[in-house]
Design a binder for this molecule. Structure first.
Ligand SMILES: CC(C)(COP(=O)(O)OP(=O)(O)OC[C@H]1O[C@@H](n2cnc3c(N)ncnc32)[C@H](O)[C@@H]1OP(=O)(O)O)[C@@H](O)C(=O)NCCC(=O)NCCS
Length: 279
């Protein structure tokens, strides 16, 4: 995982000089702080952890039809319709995640798209900026990246693709100067929440977005996030009111406990002083 992230980043540096204006290539520090465009190839020479023959690259306009087809397959077979509610306009949604508005990573096996993951770089004053939604200080909303939609075709699940793609997206967000990465997730999507928690995101907010009960999970790649080690709460994962109240009281979900029958309880710890938490 770490290898994926750092090699992709090194690759972005190695190909940078052919893609940028000469004046911004003067020193490595300038390169790091002014990446105008990331390279379309992320890691062609080494597959993903559990799918060694997979290849990744950033999706472009001509990939739209394959992306739609993948979504059709996944949405037609969702185990629970609350896991993912389709956006109003597929074209707008795809377009909003094209550079410079974001990035879209595709995973290909034998040339066919088997998974994708999206990063959005929302404007700091946009109403849908999750920093705004959860009440982050307006001055910090320009540091927010959205870890938007991620889907894996059913036959390719269970190979840690979502987790790997989360890691890659954190790298992309960081490279874009957006250290506050946020994701929206359904309370019922245990798999997705599990993968986010495992990558270090913490559920800092629970509430209603567009009429849907949603968590917002977040990671601060710059300053980290600290939590009290004592006084944890254990809450049922589907108890919306309790989860919402815990977040409002300054607690965040830092882990989960899975019962043999599949029921999930969430561990909430008190969020310690941090100037980038919901107010
Ligand atoms: C969510 C999705 C992207 C995950 O894809 P994936 O890469 O195959 O994820 P995996 O199946 O490898 O995840 C497995 C992890 O979930 C955990 N998991 C599985 N069932 C779980 C449950 N009931 N509770 C908690 N964790 C669970 C597994 O233990 C495993 O974690 P581990 O590796 O730490 O043991 C995929 O299922 C999908 O496309 N779903 C439909 C669309 C969707 O819901 N997208 C997310 C919202 S945008």
């Amino acid at each position: 995982m770490q290898l994926f992230y750092s090699r992709a980043f090194l690759r972005s540096l190695s190909t940078f000089s052919t893609r940028c204006a000469p004046c911004v290539c003067a020193t490595p520090s300038i390169v790091l702080s002014s990446l105008p465009q990331l390279p379309p190839i992320l890691l062609p020479e080494a597959g993903l952890g559990n799918v060694p023959h997979a290849r990744t690259r950033l999706l472009e306009a001509q990939d739209f039809d394959a992306w739609v087809a993948l979504r059709e397959t996944v949405l037609a077979t969702l185990p629970d319709p609350d896991f993912y509610v389709r956006e109003d306009d597929e074209k707008d949604f795809f377009q909003a995640h094209m550079y410079p508005g974001g990035e879209l990573i595709g995973v290909f096996v034998d040339g066919a798209l088997v998974a994708y993951a999206m990063v959005e770089l929302p404007g700091e004053h946009e109403a849908h900026n999750l920093g705004h939604v959860i009440g982050l200080d307006p001055a910090q909303q320009g540091m927010v990246a959205h870890l938007s939609s991620c889907m894996v075709l059913p036959q390719w699940r269970g190979r840690q693709l979502q987790r790997t793609l989360l890691s890659a997206r954190l790298g992309l967000a960081q490279a874009h100067g957006r250290p506050l990465c946020m994701a929206m997730v359904s309370l019922r999507n245990h798999r997705s929440r599990h993968n986010m928690l495992r990558q270090g995101l913490r559920v800092v907010w629970t509430g209603t977005i567009d009429g849907l009960q949603r968590h917002v999970a977040m990671i601060d790649l710059e300053q980290g996030m600290d939590f009290a080690t004592e006084g944890e709460l254990l809450l049922p994962s589907l108890d919306y009111e309790a989860l919402r109240a815990a977040a409002l009281a300054g607690y965040a979900c830092v882990g989960e406990v899975r019962a043999p029958d599949g029921a999930v309880s969430l561990r909430y710890a008190r969020h310690l002083a941090h100037n980038r938490r919901p107010r």
